[in-house]
Design a protein. Structure first.
Ligand SMILES: Cc1ncc(C[n+]2csc(CCOP(=O)(O)OP(=O)(O)O)c2C)c(N)n1
Ligand SMILES: Cc1ncc(C[n+]2csc(CCOP(=O)(O)OP(=O)(O)O)c2C)c(N)n1
Ligand SMILES: [Mg+2]
Ligand SMILES: [Mg+2]
Lengths: 340, 346, 346, 340
């Protein structure tokens, strides 16, 4: 086992719950549960072969998506890399448009032209994503520049992985953001792997957050399995930025329970220890938060079951919608090469 | 560099006719277009290494920061890939950045953002976002530029869907095409040639545009068509004068933009002359020359009376030394000689 | 991806004839060549993202780290530009790196090191240093690759002086050209096609090489010459079968390497057929198709009986969705139809 | 005045001179003086127009070139960016070959094909340079990798400027060097400007050395006008590396007294305060060290004059050699596109 959980779970949070209000706490749970269930349904149906698209599941990484996005308003913009599902749903992206995209339908969020690594929904501020590692970082930074020049008073957030920090453009983006004191949060989901390559074969032993700090951005590490930690950290960053702090870099340590891409886990191929995954599954962001809420009488078991039923229906409807949506036509291919 | 300034200053350009109207230098024409764009639209911004320094990017950006402020006219870190992405991201959010480079060589650092991002966003986004971005660079030559500071990369980019590529040859076009590029909603590259910076010409004061995708016949002729853009037009002109003396009447087509390419103007000319020579400031192989020659042999095959020919850079990197450089670049004499050959061999 | 695996598996390749000799899969052939190179020369090293992971770069690098150690076979950070420079620097100091990429798209991040450094070192250094570097990548198609994971960038690189570009079409060539590329002292790019990974064929066990710069006639014919490389040869073959049924006899030339280009083999064929169709897996505009077509119209103009034609990717980015993708890629039917047209219009 | 000298001159060094021995101390001076005089001669002749090449003078930056290179053996390799003169001469490069290159002659160090930004001399370990900012960094890192794999037991040094740290590839190179613990020194001459752009328009306010440290390389800042400080720091790094420390990053603060390129200073154009340059000239590496040595009776005035006479002759000979050297021929152009 190379990478172990080093957080404290929800220890200490019991005393601080009034800070949020019960509805909000339950809502965070609902959002995580919804993402988990959507991802499991996608995974379950993947072998039906109707979704002719790569998938990069966020099962295990729901707390980062939900915690970080919940700190944003609609007018704040979110950018992401290839692992889009959590970002898109966390920011409030339309599930039907998402599933249509994944079914290559013409009413997909980008008309089946972008695929699952390019889920965007400008209506809710899910602004853009790139399938190129690090590719969205300067683009998000440019959005922050535009916000600053146009005095739009919003915050930009961009998701990246541990691998994303290895691209030179990440350093360039941090430098420019720090130079101009741009309103941007670099939110790094450090899940210790890039595809099947462990962090230790790609970076020296030092915390990513320390590397980021050298760029003169505000930087902090957070337990990425703990939605309250993530939310609080992101919210503080957002407020700080509104007060002119300039950019933040947040490193959230987290684990993906499935393969890099596709359905199922591939730990058995040997690139990581199955025990490592199992140990992290004990910190499952959905279940650990659920238990915490139940322990504190904020969530009841029946309530969770009701939620599940509701979400199941939503998901089924959305799949039906996607499956029955129209195919793109040949003439669509030649659209939008140049902009009018 | 003294010797080099001398060399470039000694280039013989036709004296512009002041009766035509106001005469401006090439950098001044660009400066005026940037100034007009900044004044007319608060979303325009000009950035690049040293755009606000005393050298002012060959003089093209002189005074712009003073007049329009540091928020929209600014120097950048030495981060070409990052800044290309930053421009793209800002453009998607409604800005109209003009990102300027001393040399096209530096754009090679940013090919991932340019080719895999900027050029494709509008398509991938199903039209949701636009990227009204202008990327500007001046092709280096002389000054001991050498292999790493002289590359003319238009040939590498001509095949990339979604990009527009502009290569002006006169101060008039430099101004009008810059404004058109800034107003255009697709990512557009403008490749200037460093030697054109010494040129002067008629430039109207008002805001005007030159359309992207349309060429212009610079000289009418009936025997051979020379197609090119930018500094190549200068060479073609000089050659056409020499050729006229020996009875060969050359038509010179200035493409102005090489993507989209004005097929019609080339086709019409070939119908008349039946002979094509393509001249480019970039590598001859696989670039602008090859593309235009191919189209001729595909679309106007039956009009062709002799093999298509091309003159670009030879298949070697640029030597830094002045001595070797003289053997490297095409000259008006090369062009004239090639055209003569084309007319002899029927 | 299940659907995609199915799609690729359903490709109909000719069954190799086991009487010819040992049959190997395409990745296995590559694996064998890498293994032989590592065994035969301590300066060879294999690196790239995930080369030592269980997926082993389509299986091509399976077992290499175990057999040759982590010092010479290793995974890399996600730093394409940096690693390209690191390979170049190591190559100048006597190593022979093979730097592997899942997709050519990722090489675009490293164009500065590849084009402005690796390709020019030997020239700029006046021969003092050599760069025996191999850069390998498999062109993506299907799998919802989309605009950012499907680019076939050989057309962008064909004009860059100092680079060699290899595009094999059979397991036999994949092995022989890989070994040749490793022994070559110039930076050499190998572009595989992901769909060829499913192919099997005759592959001798011994160490052998296939020369860089020489094409091969895969099918003799008298009516039309189809020129291409890599996966395009498969399509040309399928088309040639259909065409034979309607009385058109196609010659298929597999270039094997597109830089240097085997002019002779093309010229000889055109003298016979007088008709040229170039097929490429990259964008049609400004790339391999344009270059070969241009050469035909320049060098063998008088042999040509009809306009040169090309089939490459249309001038649009790749759509991710399977539905649109079907309209995007060339097919054997497109090729057959184009050839038929060429033969009809005299 | 934006950037002021913050060092201590040679204060404290008086007591530590025995450490080196007199000859060595004088030799350092001789090397700096030689570079200064060569540069001044190049500058003086530049307007004759026989050197048809850009020049990037190192007048003001002699202590870094000499101090750093003196810590290297011949078998150690040096790489540099566009500002090559100091590196080339510091590493022991042949002056005649250098001047022939600058006169575009066929016997230039690279046959007039590389020009002044590509002065290399493999015979003395001046291995390579690139005219692209940051371009030599990964190439040097690759050389260090080769040394490690081949167990060559040498050290690689690469010069870069403050601007070079802004290229993403610098971050990528540091990361890889740290990951593999490569035997390499990144020697950053921070002269506060990139062409005419001051550091403050390109980087946030934080020390470059702090940024480097974040990459988990050993990092230290040094007074770049003080040849003894530079030498000692570089030597310590070399020794450390031989003991397996992995990479070092050295930031030397220094000032160029001339324009970015070409002859003469261009401060009057206004991009920097003439007073700023004048203040730094008081810390002139050649003169401050000369005074220090004379104060401590290690160098006599007459000795300096003798040196100057000797160097003058060497320079004149080398210029004569270059001016009378053969021109390249047309056929040379087609050589070495591919390697045999
Ligand atoms: C520039 C580039 N290099 C390589 C890839 C292939 N690739 C796709 S996702 C991925 C892993 C990235 O790891 P990380 O950033 O940690 O994100 P994670 O998948 O762990 O969420 C890689 C290497 C790519 N898409 N882009
Ligand atoms: C990639 C790249 N961008 C821009 C340039 C143009 N350029 C040449 S030298 C230079 C200044 C570099 O500054 P620095 O690294 O601090 O070195 P200094 O000149 O101060 O020694 C620039 C911007 C270049 N050569 N390469
Ligand atoms: Mg990861
Ligand atoms: Mg500097």
């Amino acid at each position: 086992m190379r990478y172990t959980y080093e957080g404290n779970g929800y220890k200490g949070w019991e005393k601080n719950l009034d800070f949020f209000g019960k509805d909000f706490l339950v809502e965070l749970f609902y959002k995580m549960l919804r993402i988990r269930m959507i991802e499991e349904e996608i995974e379950g149906r993947y072998h039906d072969d109707f979704m002719k698209t790569p998938i990069h599941l966020v099962i295990g990484q729901e707390a980062t998506a939900v915690g970080a996005c919940s700190a944003l308003k609609y007018s704040d913009l979110l950018y992401s890399g290839h692992r889009t599902h959590g970002a898109y749903l966390g920011k409030g992206g339309d599930l039907k448009k998402m599933l249509s995209e994944m079914h290559c339908k013409s009413n997909g969020c980008v008309g089946s032209r972008g695929g699952s690594m390019h889920l965007i929904d400008p209506d809710v501020g899910m602004a853009w994503s790139s399938a190129i590692v690090g590719g969205a970082l300067p683009i998000a930074t440019g959005a922050a520049l535009a916000s600053q020049v146009r005095k739009e008073n919003n915050v930009i957030m961009v998701f990246l992985g541990d691998g994303g920090t290895e691209e030179g453009v990440c350093s360039e983006s941090l430098n420019f953001a720090a130079l101009k004191k741009l309103p941007i949060i670099f939110f790094c989901e450090n899940n210790f792997y890039s595809v099947q390559s462990p962090l230790q074969t790609r970076q020296p032993k030092r915390d990513i957050v320390r590397w980021a700090e050298g760029h003169d951005v505000n930087a902090i590490a957070v337990d990425g399995t703990n939605v309250l930690d993530v939310y609080k950290t992101a919210r503080n960053a957002v407020e700080d930025i509104k007060n002119g702090s300039g950019p933040w870099f947040i490193e959230a340590k987290v684990y993906r329970f499935r393969a890099h891409g596709g359905a199922g886990d591939d730990s058995k191929t040997g690139y990581r220890d199955i025990k490592e995954r199992e140990a992290w599954e004990k910190q499952c962001p959905v279940n650990s938060y659920s238990s915490f809420l139940m322990r504190n009488n904020i969530l009841a078991n029946q309530q969770r079951l009701d939620m599940e039923r509701k979400i199941k229906i939503e998901i089924k409807d959305a799949f039906d919608f996607a499956l029955n949506s129209p195919e793109p036509q040949k003439t669509d291919l030649y659209q939008f090469v140049y902009a009018d | 560099m003294p010797w080099d300034e001398g060399l470039v200053n000694s280039l013989v350009y036709d004296e512009p006719d002041p009766d035509q109207g106001r005469v401006l230098s090439y950098p001044h024409a660009l400066n005026e277009s940037l100034d007009l764009a900044l004044s007319g639209d608060p979303s325009v911004m000009i950035l690049g290494q040293g755009v606000d320094d005393p050298s002012a990017m060959f003089g093209t950006t002189k005074g712009l920061r003073e007049r329009h402020g540091n928020a929209r006219v600014f120097d950048t870190p030495l981060s070409e890939e990052g800044m290309m992405g930053i421009c793209t991201g800002a453009a998607m959010r409604g800005m109209r950045p003009v990102y300027m480079h001393n040399r096209p060589d530096f754009i090679l650092l940013a090919f991932n953002q340019l080719i895999t991002h900027a050029s494709k966003c509008h398509f991938m986004d199903n039209g949701l976002n636009k990227v009204p971005l202008v990327v500007w660079a001046a092709i280096g030559r002389g000054w001991g530029s050498g292999a790493q500071h002289s590359q003319a990369i238009q040939g590498l980019l001509i095949g990339v869907p979604g990009l527009k590529i502009v290569m002006p040859s006169t101060p008039y076009d430099a101004k009008g095409l810059m404004l058109e590029a800034i107003y255009d909603n697709s990512p557009t590259l403008i490749f200037e040639h460093r030697w054109l910076m010494k040129k002067s010409g008629f430039v109207p004061e008002k805001k005007y545009t030159v359309p992207i995708g349309k060429g212009i016949v610079r000289r009418e002729g009936k025997d051979v068509t020379i197609v090119g853009a930018s500094h190549a037009i200068e060479l073609a002109f000089q050659a056409s004068k020499k050729l006229f003396e020996i009875g060969i009447d050359v038509e010179v087509i200035d493409l102005r933009t090489i993507q989209p390419l004005d097929d019609e103007i080339i086709g019409n000319s070939l119908k008349k002359t039946g002979r094509l020579l393509v001249v480019d400031t970039g590598w001859a192989i696989g670039g602008v020359c090859a593309e235009i020659g191919f189209r001729a042999a595909e679309k106007w095959f039956s009009d062709l009376k002799s093999p298509v020919r091309r003159i670009g850079l030879p298949d070697v990197p640029t030597p830094a030394g002045y001595g070797l450089e003289q053997f490297f670049y095409p000259t008006a004499d090369n062009i004239a000689e090639t055209v003569r050959e084309m007319c002899v061999k029927k």
